[in-house]
Write a protein that binds this ligand. Structure first.
Ligand code: PLP
Length: 335
């Protein structure tokens, strides 16, 4: 059921292009300048689906450190800390790419890092975060329990609680992916970006507004977790069912900061179902020889699902992450 959520009183202001340029300078050398590649077999598949003449450029953030674009935001935040902030450290609740990005950036910058996960997390993800040197606290049965515990840790230790959205410094860091892409492929006409909390899409909108006013930014969410989509269409923050298998897209509410940016600049917002996402993962494997997790394949899935929107255009496709589990890959290839 879709409901309305109240606007928080203190919505942080979005970052400016100046913040994005400062982030690019700050994280330079610590992130991979990921390739932006043409894959003829993807163009062929798009044409076969009806997007005749579309030429796709994939931004391979699946090849980024920790396997997703989020590390750009995490490094931008932690490189801005002073000595005392580093000692007090950060705390976050997540099992996924947010946790790995923060743990990686914390290790690179000598910052204390605590990650709270609900009890019985995916053991592979727990190990990945521990291997990156973070303290893992297992607490409660649900994400709400873990979030409450993370708040207590922050209050008790002075650590900075880092949310997954409504964080302007993370948005500015993440925006460097779009900045790079526009340097690598300045003639793009459309850019398709997957959405969970909306930081990546809001970041793309901010960079496009400043550097490529004609560029249409199109957001994509899983139909099984449509909160950001519903919020954008309604013009107010909504919660919604949250049932997608694509972990990076599994978010149940809209966020004020990212929605404010999307409302102003986003050209369109599409939904794709989980089976279409799996088919796009398979196409990445066979047609581009690259591994995308579900969230990372959603933008390609949208091009194939809504070909009329992309036919004849130069289309940037954000492949946001590659952390697919073995079970997920088996499902994608039908093994
Ligand atoms: C977090 C994540 C997303 C969604 O990004 P938001 O900035 O939360 O909208 C998409 N893809 C991957 C791989 C992610 O890890």
């Amino acid at each position: 059921m879709t409901t309305t959520t109240p606007q928080p009183a203190d919505v942080p202001a979005p970052p400016t292009m100046r913040d994005v340029l400062a982030a690019a300078r700050r994280i330079d050398g610590l992130v991979v300048r990921t390739p932006a590649l043409r894959h003829p077999e993807l163009d062929r598949a798009a044409a076969a689906a009806g997007a005749t003449g579309a030429s796709l450029v994939v931004k391979h953030e699946n090849l980024q450190h920790t396997g997703a674009f989020k590390v750009r935001g995490a490094l931008n935040l932690l490189l801005g800390f002073d000595d005392s902030e580093r000692r007090r450290g950060i705390v976050a609740y997540s099992t996924g790419n947010h946790a790995q990005a923060l743990a990686h950036a914390a290790r690179r910058t000598g910052t204390a890092c605590t990650i709270v996960m609900p009890r019985h997390p995916n053991p592979l993800k727990e190990r990945a975060v521990r291997d990156l040197g973070a303290d893992v606290v297992l607490h409660g049965a649900t994400f709400d329990d873990a979030r409450a515990r993370a708040g207590e840790v922050a209050a008790a230790t002075g650590a900075r609680l880092v949310g997954a959205a409504n964080e302007p410094v993370l948005v500015a860091g993440v925006a460097t992916a779009t900045l790079e892409l526009l340097e690598q492929a300045p003639d793009l006409e459309v850019l398709v970006v997957p959405v969970g909390g909306g930081s990546g899409a809001a970041a793309a909108c901010l960079v496009a507004a400043a550097l490529a006013p004609g560029l249409r930014v199109v957001a994509v969410q899983a139909a099984a977790s449509p909160a950001a989509h519903d919020s954008w269409r309604a013009g107010e923050l909504r919660t919604a069912v949250n049932a997608t298998r694509a972990e990076g897209l599994a978010v149940g509410c809209g966020f004020a900061l990212t929605q404010a940016v999307l409302r102003e600049r986003l050209a369109d917002f599409l939904l794709v179902d989980d089976d279409a996402i799996a088919a796009a993962q398979r196409l990445y494997l066979t047609g581009a020889r690259t591994v995308a997790e579900g969230a990372g394949a959603a933008a390609l899935a949208a091009v194939l699902a809504r070909p009329a929107e992309f036919a004849g255009h130069r289309v940037g496709v954000m492949c946001s992450g590659g952390n697919a589990s073995e079970a997920e890959l088996r499902r994608a290839i039908g093994a």
